[in-house]
Design a protein around this ligand. Structure first.
Ligand code: MEV
Length: 442
């Protein structure tokens, strides 16, 4: 039976677990054993994980895989991916290999500007607010000096602050709309600290601004927060090759492949039902690398999908064309990533993933992550427009089904061999496994 509890966060870890298992589980000991099975035997490492969040009761594992053979701007990468979906790493590896033989991926960071806003209510004359903003702007920047000093030394910091009139949407609503360069940091803490200081200065200075009436001096700060919409923190990834080369090693012509592929992209450009799934496939690659490198995949997801809707209709993030006999497939996406700060210096596997990627700068990581997304989309569209997705997907899923039915090593070996030439479906696997078990009983 569910019940409420006061002061849960103050309990020790083992008391928390006791309460959870006693309250929610019919077999408390079994539940406790599962939670403990996932604890790290290294106490320091476990403590590190315990302290990432509040109320940690165990660790939640995802596989960390790698996709080798990614040639990006003439440098070879093996890309780390943290993901549970069976076919994603295999698909990435396949796409990497395909493009390795056709010149690799070309990437470019287009821009790196991030945005934060102070949202406020001002009930008064807009002309006076504009004058106040002109007067206070330099003070806003001055007052963040302690926060921005180090970032400025490295070449980043506050780029600009604008006053924005939003009163046509909400009465008396305005913004300080600020732009930032945060270099190798994702920058959330930096930006939010600057914004909160802007808000304080902006409110306080208004109290003594002579032109304001008494009521105008009372600026009401609603909130100060960075935006995860980063259309000016943009990276481009691209592959291209002569159309004929697309068909090499396949039983279809490059021209037929390119035509179908481009139609598939066109459909995702105009049809939101398809675009969402199409982009989900891109995010399979992106999230997996974002997660493996300790970045905030929720921020990336929110920003990317907003960008996919920027023209008023949710649309494909990737594009494809054939021009002068050359097939080109590309994507531009917003990615606010960091390679310093946050988990990057804390989580041992994140450190390892970054080292595997030659310790990239944030700009380099943007390019690698974009490539993982483009590769994933290429692999998905290639399957969808040729063999269909289930063939590859179910082959990879075979092991999950076998594990679900507790197949032993020998059964796995036999059935993996069997399904090399047979279609994998849930029922076909169960049937084959049962048959095998019956025949081995005889
Ligand atoms: C599955 O996780 C992703 C795909 O559905 C993407 C797509 O349809 O393009 C295969």
């Amino acid at each position: 039976m569910s019940k409420t509890i006061a002061g849960f966060s103050k309990l020790s870890k083992s008391k928390k677990i006791d309460w959870i298992v006693d309250t929610y589980f019919s077999n408390a000991e079994d539940a406790k054993a599962i939670l403990k099975q996932y604890w790290n035997t290294n106490d320091n490492l476990q403590q590190l994980h315990d302290e990432f969040i509040e109320n940690t009761i165990s660790n939640y594992y995802l596989p960390l895989g790698v996709a080798p053979n990614f040639l990006i701007n003439e440098t070879l990468y093996t890309i780390p991916m943290a993901i549970e979906e069976s076919s994603v790493v295999a698909a990435a590896s396949k796409a990497a290999k395909f493009w390795l033989e056709r010149g690799g991926f070309k990437t470019k960071v287009i821009s790196t500007t991030k945005i934060g806003q102070v949202h406020f209510i001002y009930k008064g004359d807009f002309e006076k607010l504009k004058q106040y903003f002109g007067y206070v702007k330099s003070k806003l920047i001055e007052d963040t000096e302690a926060i921005t000093k180090n970032m400025k030394k490295r070449g980043g910091g506050i780029l600009d602050i604008e006053l924005r009139d939003k009163t046509s949407d909400i009465d008396n609503y305005y913004q300080l709309h600020a732009s930032f360069e945060t270099l190798d940091a994702m920058g959330a803490n930096f930006i939010n600290s600057c914004l909160e200081q802007f808000a304080k200065t902006f409110k306080n200075e208004a109290l003594t601004f002579d032109l304001f009436s008494e009521s105008e001096q009372q600026i009401d700060i609603i909130m100060s927060i960075l935006s995860n919409y980063v259309p000016d923190c943009l990276v481009r990834a691209e592959v291209s090759c002569p159309v004929e080369e697309l068909g090499e090693g396949n039983n279809f012509s490059g021209k037929d492949f390119a035509n179908k592929f481009i139609q598939a992209v066109n459909i995702a450009e105009i049809e939101p039902y398809r675009a969402v799934t199409h982009n989900k496939g891109i995010m399979n690659g992106i999230d997996a690398v974002v997660l493996a490198t300790g970045n905030d995949f929720r921020a990336v997801e929110a920003g990317v999908h907003a960008y996919a809707s920027r023209k008023g209709r949710y649309s494909s993030l990737t594009h494809a064309k054939v021009e002068h006999g050359i097939f080109t497939f590309w994507m531009e996406i917003p990615l606010a990533l960091g390679t310093v700060g946050g988990l990057t210096g804390l989580h041992p596997l994140v450190k390892l993933a970054l080292e595997l990627l030659h310790k990239p700068s944030a700009k380099e990581l943007m390019q690698i992550v974009a490539v993982a997304g483009l590769a994933q989309n290429f692999a998905a569209l290639r399957s969808l427009t040729t063999t269909g997705i289930q063939q590859g997907h179910m082959k990879m899923h075979l092991m999950n089904i076998l594990n679900q039915f507790e197949a032993n090593a020998e059964e796995k070996l036999t059935l993996t061999e069997h399904f090399k030439n047979n279609t994998v479906t849930h029922s076909a696997v169960i049937e084959a496994l049962n048959k095998l078990r019956v025949s081995s009983e005889k």
